[in-house]
Design a binder for this molecule. Structure first.
Ligand SMILES: [Zn+2]
Length: 185
């Protein structure tokens, strides 16, 4: 049985060939530097990222695939100094939690998490910092205890055991606190 010659086309170009939207010819997937504008007005910046571009050899039509869109999004996240969708997914994953469970403990909306993890939205600077804190198992453990409620018998985490005193706010203290007034001079 004669084997078909496949050596002429590099593997990278053969794998993800998609038909051209305009003329239906097979596009070629070529890696190269891609420059795009991010932001509006004075805040607009030009970002350049290496990504694969589908180019039609027949009509010149170019388009980006999912991998390219991911790389573009990651370049924007790097520019903004925030976690990428994969990094957010990684933080949730390192705690082995589903989006629903992570949402319940952290107070972050499940739909919002979904948007961050799937490139639909980029988290604010404040939420980005919150997410970074959530990467520490200790912090997530504190939230789990908070979420479980005051009567829950979740064991203290290894590192905070004995480090914090339990402060009992007695009835007397509470009464004193209600009498407190902030005086602005
Ligand atoms: Zn074409």
């Amino acid at each position: 049985m004669p084997s078909r010659a496949t050596a002429a086309t590099p593997p990278d170009d053969r794998q993800d060939t998609v038909p051209c939207f305009d003329c239906d010819a097979d596009t070629r997937r070529i890696w190269g530097g891609h420059t795009f504008t991010y932001g509006l007005g004075a805040a607009a910046v030009e970002l350049t990222v290496d990504l694969p571009i589908h180019v039609c050899p027949s009509c010149g039509f170019e388009c980006l695939d999912d991998e390219a869109e991911t790389l573009k999004h990651e370049a924007v996240c790097t520019h903004l100094g925030v976690l990428s969708p994969n990094e957010i997914r990684g933080i949730r994953g390192m705690h082995g939690m589903s989006r629903a469970a992570f949402s319940k403990v952290t107070g972050l909306g499940e739909a919002t998490l979904n948007r961050w993890e799937n490139r639909i939205l980029i988290q604010s600077a404040a939420n980005d910092r919150y997410l970074r804190l959530l990467a520490a198992p200790d912090n997530l453990h504190r939230l789990k205890r908070l979420e479980a409620g005051p009567t829950a018998s979740l064991p203290p985490s290894e590192t905070d055991a004995g480090r914090f005193r339990v402060i009992d706010v007695s009835e007397k203290h509470r009464r004193q606190q209600t009498g407190f007034r902030l005086v602005v001079a």
